[in-house]
Design a protein around this ligand. Structure first.
Ligand SMILES: Cc1cc2nc3c(=O)[nH]c(=O)nc-3n(C[C@H](O)[C@H](O)[C@H](O)COP(=O)(O)OP(=O)(O)OC[C@H]3O[C@@H](n4cnc5c(N)ncnc54)[C@H](O)[C@@H]3O)c2cc1C
Length: 392
């Protein structure tokens, strides 16, 4: 096949964002190819997501990334330069973090101070204030909460990705259904990739947007990327007696999180034996609901003792085992291999800022807008974890 200037491996949320951002730059006229092994995205994290955004992070870089997501959603048509495009639906029910001990409360206080400094609307609430607003919550163990409903809640990221793909295609980005199975590299550069179909493609730059399979792709270039697939369960349920108001995405100290989902509710949980799984392992643990999820749910909200599960699925986080944060930017030695990986549970909302950042790096060699160097690969080599306290 003809060479491409940029090949993006993975065409889901992150790959679509990188492709669209590249295609919109006036200083870039190269050929872009997206290689996607699963064109219906049946197994992609992006199809199993809970699709929420929040400002309640504990690191400045993650807060600023989410602020850009909120801006991108609010001004979607302007960003897309398409005034006939869709509006992105948002349901701003907010996030409510609950702390059940002094250490967790201190994390909330520190995070709130940072968020407030950066302009987020997060407020600290004591148990009495929480009970006043959400009287159906059992709060015996709760010492503090933090809540924000400005730019926090559900957003329709799937439509955003569809629009990115549609416009990228119009701008000349090509997509093929195939799987990258090997990389050729020499002289500190990725030279070419080999596809399962037998094709070989030379490339000027390669973007790893392979989600939970990112480490497999990195290993093809001899690179150890500490990102692994980990299972996360989601259940959508109907309550016999719905709550009198929206339930914010409530991050419970037990490890579950639950929120309003239209007229129903959605709860998410990790398995008890949380660890790496094979990228094609989507076996569903049918006992997890009874053992772990429902008891925690009904203990916090007794009204949820009488509920009916309508839908359930298991998806994979691309879990960064060093610090559960994204890895963004070029490899220090193979300089034309760019990472956009390891998003763990917050990659959907990071897609606008990450796509923009990757396009900047590829075209100019640096960040032009938001500096994401805190998320660079170098921190993994230097053992500098970017600790984010607000991980879900
Ligand atoms: C249950 C769950 C809930 C979540 N909730 C939220 C949330 O509320 N908010 C939030 O911000 N984030 C959330 N996330 C995280 C978010 O969904 C992900 O971070 C995001 O979707 C990652 O997108 P991606 O494009 O990097 O990966 P993916 O969507 O996994 O896409 C990677 C693509 O690469 C392709 N690919 C892989 N290897 C190859 C190869 N060798 N050749 C060709 N193609 C390849 C795959 O087929 C896949 O389509 C959640 C995730 C899960 C699992």
């Amino acid at each position: 096949m003809q060479p491409y200037d940029v090949v993006i491996v993975g065409g889901a949320m992150i790959g679509a964002s990188v492709a669209w951002h590249l295609s919109q730059r006036g200083d870039f006229s190269g050929r872009v190819l997206v290689v996607e092994r699963d064109p219906g995205f049946e197994f992609a994290s992006s199809s199993h997501t809970n699709s929420c955004m929040r400002q309640q992070f504990s690191t400045e870089v993650n807060i600023r990334i989410s602020q850009y997501c909120a801006d991108f959603i609010r001004n979607f048509r302007d960003h897309m330069r398409d005034h006939e495009g869709p509006k992105i639906h948002v349901h701003p029910f907010g996030y409510l973090y609950l702390a059940a001990d002094a250490a967790a409360a201190e994390h909330l206080r520190q995070a709130q101070a940072l968020q407030a400094r950066l302009g987020a609307g997060t407020r600290l609430l004591d148990a009495r204030q929480i009970a006043q607003r959400w009287p159906f919550l059992v709060l015996d163990d709760v010492v503090l909460g933090s809540f924000n409903d400005r730019d926090e809640g559900y957003f329709d990221g799937a439509t955003m990705a569809d629009w990115w793909r549609r416009q990228a295609k119009r701008a000349g980005v090509e997509t093929i259904t195939d799987e990258v199975v090997a990389l050729e590299y020499s002289d500190a550069q990725i030279q070419a990739l080999q596809l399962k179909s037998g094709a070989r493609i030379a490339c000027g730059a390669l973007v790893n947007a392979a989600g939970p399979r990112a480490a497999q792709l990195a290993a093809m270039a001899g690179i150890d990327l500490p990102v692994e697939p980990r299972k996360r369960y989601t259940y959508v349920f109907q309550a016999e007696k719905p709550l009198p108001c929206d339930l914010p995405l409530t991050v419970d100290p037990s490890g579950i999180h639950v929120r309003t989902d239209g007229r129903n509710y959605m709860v998410g949980a990790a398995p008890e034996d949380d660890g790496p799984v094979a990228p094609d392992d989507f076996a569903f643990d049918h006992g997890l609901w009874e053992r772990r999820v429902w008891p925690a749910l009904a203990a916090r909200i007794p009204a949820f003792e009488r509920i009916r599960v309508l839908n359930e699925w298991v998806g994979h986080y691309a879990y960064n085992r060093i610090d559960q944060n994204a890895v963004i930017g070029p490899h220090p030695e193979l300089g034309n291999l760019f990472f956009a990986n390891g998003f763990s549970g917050h990659g959907f909302q990071q897609a606008p800022a990450v796509g923009r950042a990757l396009a900047e790096l590829i075209c100019t060699g640096g960040f032009e807008t938001l500096d994401l160097s805190d998320l660079g690969f170098a921190r993994l080599l230097e053992g500098r974890a970017l600790k984010e306290a607000a991980i879900i």
